[in-house]
Design a binder for this molecule. Structure first.
Ligand code: ST9
Ligand code: FAD
Length: 621
């Protein structure tokens, strides 16, 4: 039986009942992708995820790849290779990639909903198969250079692997501290030297070749390679050399070798590698040759094309894991008999009941359900803004608002999504199983181990909080936030729910006001730092708090919008969907009632922020 429990009903609710993507499916650039086709794809991906991808989930955790330092290899277990091959044979990896390089045009909302199921069933499949997607980043940044366009096509045609290579031992969050450097050769290539750390998918036996997208600092050219991220350029560094026209491997090894694979808490089948470039002592001692993509100094901007996608992926992975964690917990709770009903607790002979009868278990289940469904809506909502960006581009225009709103939502998807999911998987999903949750017979302990990474990589939660406030709110001059706040206010003032969501709309109004007050407070602190620089610390003490607070507000709003739709369906006679829609309304009300009042306390905490903790001597910690 599969560990993975999908929620296709709720995915379809979001796409077709809440956000109405069918309004633009089947038209324009999505002419070939109508709503029926999208539903068929979702259904088939759901089957593959549940049956084929999930099949290797346990084995690939218990029998992870082993690094061989003699050959610098780390082959994956056969079970995982089988799942991977099934996914590649399905062709669904090509959804959303440009047709010019062999992809299939599809809206991001469809890509990320299929993504949820793959990521929930066996996330490392998605990570190993991103070569074609990274090929699309090469294509986008090729600036019309024929060689690079051809490389992008080859990456897709030959289903190569690819990596994003930023981190170094002394450059994690601070990517700009990277020391790996590149020196130019006369033939237009560059030699890369340095050691990168924690590189996902940098070695496996899944693909013929791996293209590393490497940030390095050009050296030996006047005026380039300065300090910080802006001195970094992006180089394409293949594992094996190849004919740049045909893609055929030439048989020569490039001097980029995996020199270690980390032993991790979770996602063990996803190789996390130390990657050494151009070390004469490693492998055959060959130079590590790379080819510059686009212009020098443009590396961090280009890499953010990958990072933005990867941040969306990480948030979606976390949320997908919470959803299957909840559904496993629900199934267990419906079967586990323990204790009597609280109303009969005085009667020691009272019949025993399933644990779903106990108030605390119901509290836990509804908390899991409401967060899993809220954050699914958050992912799909964010993806619909990406749809708008794509639609505008296809019309030869730019939708700057959609770009900014997507940018604003990404740290919520990634930072809020991963924090809430990881915590709830441990405190609620695993807890529902009692002691059994601690056992490897059930998938939850692996979910907890596999989901912890989501708060760390692709920028830790602290980095997401700073990105959210400094870049997505302050630098954007509050435009995207103002737009979303405006949409929320319009909902609050509407008759949504026809009286039945009145209390929740009021809770939402108060929470939004608290969150807006927190933003104003932080902007004041930021302004006052012009006179008293230490006040910037007050901002830094609250960036994560703000991210989580606004995450709660947006999630509550999206759930309540869903509840409005559900209430209308119930009024019209929901038939077999009666329980489903009742669950949507209940989850929205629960989320609003239990989470939103907490924002007043968060505001008070923010208002009371002082500098004591910053003034404290390090020795006192
Ligand atoms: C990692 C991988 O952890 C883990 C999972 C791997 C899974 C496998 C791969 C899956 C990938 C999927 C691929 C799909 C491909 C895509 C397909 C697409 C169709 N937004 O503020 P400044 C840029 S990897 C956009 O001064 P600092 C911008 O250009 C490791 N751009 O920063 C900006 O210039 P300007 C992940 C942004 O102080 C420039 O950066 N590591 C954004 O120099 C400088 O900005 C991390 O994530 C943004 N939000 O550097 C590092 N922000 O302002 C975390 C910045 O002129 N650390 N730019 O526009 C940070 O993010 C730091 O804040 C920092 C600071 C490095 C940016
Ligand atoms: P540090 O940056 O040293 O952070 C340590 C702590 O300090 C964190 O809590 C952090 O939030 C905090 N901190 C640091 N700076 C600040 C600041 N300015 N303000 C507030 N708090 C701060 N990297 C790649 O390039 N490619 C990959 O494919 C890749 N895959 C990975 C896979 C795994 C399994 C892991 C564990 C990591 C991977 N990484 C990858 C690296 C990952 O992106 C980094 O680990 C992450 O960005 C954090 O960097 P760090 O580990 O050096 O921690």
């Amino acid at each position: 039986m599969s560990h993975y429990k999908s929620n296709l009903r709720d995915i379809e609710f979001n796409l077709f009942e809440l956000f109405n993507v069918q309004d633009y499916l089947g038209t324009g650039i999505y002419e070939e992708m109508d709503a029926d086709t999208a539903r068929e794809i979702l259904s088939e991906v759901e089957r593959i995820a549940r049956e084929d991808l999930a099949a290797s989930f346990v084995d690939s955790d218990r029998n992870p790849p082993v690094f061989d330092p003699k050959t610098n290899t780390a082959p994956v277990p056969a079970s995982f290779k089988k799942s991977y091959d099934t996914w590649m044979e399905s062709g669904f990896w090509g959804l959303g990639l440009p047709e010019e390089i062999g992809g299939t045009t599809a809206p991001p909302s469809l890509v990320w909903t299929t993504g949820e199921m793959v990521l929930g069933a066996q996330a490392p499949i998605w990570m190993y198969c991103t070569g074609p997607s990274m090929g699309s980043v090469v294509f986008k940044n090729a600036n019309g250079v024929a060689r690079d366009i051809r490389i992008a096509e080859i990456m897709v045609e030959r289903l190569w692997g690819a990596t994003m290579v930023l981190t170094e031992p002394d450059a994690g969050s601070d990517v700009g501290a990277g020391k790996t450097f590149a020196t130019p050769n006369e033939d237009g290539s560059w030699n890369i030297s340095g050691v990168k750390r924690f590189i996902t998918s940098a070695e496996s036996d899944l693909q013929e070749n791996i293209m590393h997208l490497v940030l390095a600092r050009p050296k030996g050219v006047e005026g380039v390679g300065g300090p910080g991220t802006k001195g970094l350029s992006l180089f394409l560094v293949p594992k094996y050399h190849f004919d740049h026209q045909t893609g055929e491997l030439t048989g020569e090894r490039n001097g980029v070798y995996v020199t270690n694979v980390e032993h991790k808490m979770g996602i063990k089948v996803s190789n996390t590698c130390e990657l050494t470039f151009g070390d004469p002592q490693v492998g055959g001692g060959e130079p590590a040759k790379g080819w510059l993509l686009g212009e020098v100094h443009d590396g961090i901007r280009q890499m953010f094309d990958v990072i933005e996608n990867a941040r969306m992926m990480v948030g979606t992975k976390a949320i997908a894991t919470l959803s299957t964690g909840y559904l496993n917990a629900l199934e267990f709770a419906k079967e586990r008999v323990q204790g009597s009903d609280l109303t009969q607790s005085a009667d020691k002979a009272a019949p025993r009941v399933t644990i779903t009868h106990h108030p605390d278990v119901r509290r836990s289940l509804m908390t899991q359900k409401s967060f899993a469904e809220a954050m699914r809506s958050l992912v799909v909502f964010t993806a619909t803004w990406q749809d708008k960006v794509q639609l505008a581009k296809a019309a030869g225009e730019r939708n700057e608002l959609a770009e900014a709103v997507n940018d604003l939502l990404l740290p919520i998807v990634k930072g809020y999504g991963s924090e809430r999911s990881w915590v709830l998987l441990g405190t609620e999903s695993l807890q529902t199983f009692g002691g059994s949750g601690f056992l490897q017979e059930y998938p939850i302990e692996q979910y907890v181990r596999d989901a912890k990474i989501d708060t760390l990589y692709e920028g830790t939660t602290a980095i997401q909080g700073q990105d959210f406030f400094f870049r997505k709110i302050v630098k954007d001059q509050g435009k995207a936030l103002g737009h979303i706040a405006g949409e929320i206010k319009a909902f609050i003032e509407s008759e949504a729910g026809n009286g039945r969501l009145k209390n929740e709309r009021e809770l939402l109004a108060n929470a939004l006001a608290d969150a807006e007050a927190m933003v104003s407070l932080m902007i004041n602190d930021l302004m006052s730092a012009q006179d008293e620089i230490k006040n910037i610390y007050k901002v830094g003490l609250n960036t994560t708090r703000l991210l989580m607070a606004l995450g709660d507000v947006v999630c509550a709003w999206l759930l309540l919008r869903g509840a409005e739709v559900a209430l209308a369906k119930l009024d019209g006679g929901a038939g077999n969907d009666q329980a489903y829609y009742e669950g949507k309304v209940a989850a929205a009300q629960w989320f609003a009632q239990l989470n939103l009042p907490r924002l007043s306390a968060e505001l008070k905490i923010a208002q009371a922020t002082g500098l004591d903790v910053m003034d404290l001597d390090e020795a006192a910690f």
